[in-house]
Design a protein around this ligand. Structure first.
Ligand code: HEM
Length: 491
């Protein structure tokens, strides 16, 4: 009797799971497709499990197979499938990321609603591939009350007043790299060839250098995986996941050591002076009852997640901004000369630069804005619909993904004018609103409550680096350089 009850329970459980799986893989996507099409949205028909994944991978491979011209539009290269979908189906369209439809939101006002209504539209980390999820933790992944509490706590740390003191640290790190470059160019004044990009993560990135190589490796693994998650795939003993687990363990180990060392120093009062971001995270530990082991472990786990985010994450976006700025100044020598002239006027031979100097660099400011506009390091923002909802004229079922292609908004000639694709920093001479002819459409750091918490710092880092670079070097694109921008998974 007991045996037959157990068997029937087991069979019921298997049937329920099988139904769930079938629903996830087939019935739900088909239902969602019907709803989207009934509103005039167009896209390919759903194909079992992979959706548009195969075609997307092929078209990326093709697009990345050859370099482009330095003045060519990067849009179609870095978003080839999206460009093709929009071309084929128009602005009201969608594509398939595995079994989920992804709707393009092209209207700037709707984009802002999506970015601001953070309770209805969640970040899409929870449904992205499991290796990518290991890369990103902390504030950027939190939702609801937890996000709110964390953001409030962290906001003051990134105010401009707090960042002023960091300019001298940035200068020091930057001078170290520039010294190295100086040693690489001939002393007789003839040009030297330097690949600048590999040096920049050292500047914009971590305090923990060792983590760079393993984080790069994890990024590579994440890039190789399909962009959506198949339930349970992370538990399969594949080579990829075994390596991802080993990297994660190593990161946890590194940060646990960092936490313990800092706590020891705090206890023995070896630290004097201002507390830093790391101390802020550690203060969380004081808020829990340290006798409660479970709570304590959870807080440590969360501190490690925040460390992953703030000490390693995002460095690629920042170093991309520095790199693009250098490339554009190398191509547009007139702007390089103007920017250098201003730098020499403001700084002269002054040894230590400060935040006020940065404020006076108007030409560089325009250049960085133009670079952020044409080459936004985060080319898109995505969300997932938490509960069925309406958005403008659309009704969106729960689980629909939304793509907000920032790079295309920044290329819309109706907003920016016919010359939108030309490198014209002067459009920012009277601020971002004037540049976009009255539209609030300049959103390289997102929009609203969940915008980039580190935006000011990223811009300052770029300005410090480029200023000091301009002061010491005159530069142009190397004849051996092949222009092949590509997208890697980032924040
Ligand atoms: C030029 C460099 C950068 C650009 C263009 C950039 C861009 C962005 C964008 C577009 C968002 C909004 C994403 C969304 O709404 O889904 C964002 C959010 C965020 N960024 Fe950045 N980012 C940069 C550098 C960094 C760096 C270096 C960090 C440090 C780790 C960072 C930390 C964050 C965090 C924590 C958020 C989420 C804030 C929240 O959800 O409350 N960013 N960033």
């Amino acid at each position: 009797m007991l045996c037959s009850t157990l068997i029937s329970l087991l069979l019921t459980a298997v049937a329920v799971e099988a139904w769930r799986f079938l629903n996830w893989i087939w019935f739900q996507p088909k239902r969602m497709e019907k709803i989207l099409r009934s509103q005039g949205l167009k896209g390919n028909s759903y194909r079992f499990l992979f959706g548009d994944a195969k075609e997307t991978a092929l078209i990326y491979k093709e697009s990345y197979s050859k370099p482009i011209g330095i003045n060519d539009d990067i849009g179609p290269r870095v978003m080839p499938f999206i460009s093709k979908t929009l071309e084929t189906f128009g602005d009201r369209s969608f594509m398939w990321v595995g079994p989920r439809p992804l709707v393009f939101i092209m209207d700037e006002e709707l984009m802002k609603v999506v970015m601001n209504k953070h309770t209805s539209f969640h970040k899409s980390f929870k449904i992205s591939n499991p290796i990518f999820r290991r890369l990103v933790g902390g504030l950027i992944r939190f939702e609801g009350e937890k996000w709110n509490k964390n953001r409030k706590k962290l906001n003051p740390l990134f105010h401009l007043d707090k960042l002023r003191d960091m300019v001298s640290t940035m200068q020091k790190l930057c001078e170290e790299i520039l010294d190295e470059w100086s040693n690489k160019v001939p002393t007789n004044g003839s040009p030297g060839d330097i690949d600048v990009f590999p040096y920049l993560p050292d500047y914009t990135g971590s305090v923990v250098k060792r983590t760079f190589s393993i984080i790069s490796e994890l990024t590579l693994l994440a890039n190789q995986a399909q962009p959506f998650s198949i339930p349970g795939e992370q538990y399969l003993p594949t080579k990829k996941y075994r390596r991802a687990n080993a990297i994660e363990n190593e990161l946890t180990h590194t940060f646990t050591n960092m936490i313990q060392e800092r706590l020891k120093k705090r206890n023995t009062r070896e630290i004097n002076g201002e507390l830093d971001l790391f101390d802020m995270f550690l203060d969380e530990l004081n808020e829990v009852d340290t006798k409660d082991k479970k709570d304590h472990a959870m807080v440590i786990h969360e501190i490690i997640q925040q460390c992953k985010l703030f000490f390693m994450g995002g460095y690629e976006t920042s170093s991309n901004l520095v790199t693009w700025t250098i490339i554009m100044l190398a191509v547009h020598k007139d702007w390089q000369d103007r920017a250098r002239e201003e730098v020499l006027q403001v700084l002269g031979n002054k040894n230590k630069m400060n935040a006020d100097d940065l404020g006076q660099l108007k030409i560089l400011n325009m250049v960085v804005h133009e670079v952020l506009c044409l080459y936004p390091p985060s080319i898109e923002v995505s969300r997932v619909v938490e509960e069925e909802t309406s958005l403008g004229e659309f009704y969106l079922p729960k689980g629909t993904m939304l793509m907000l292609p920032v790079i295309l908004l920044h290329r819309n000639p109706k907003i920016w004018g016919k010359d939108v694709l030309e490198f014209k920093p002067e459009r920012f001479a009277e601020g971002v609103l004037k540049a976009a002819n009255g539209h609030a459409s300049f959103i390289p750091f997102g929009w609203g409550v969940r915008n980039c918490i580190r935006a000011n710092l990223a811009v300052w880092e770029t300005k410090v680096f480029v200023t000091l670079f301009l002061r010491r070097f005159s530069f142009e694109i190397s004849p051996t350089y092949a222009h092949g921008p590509l997208v890697s998974l980032n924040m």
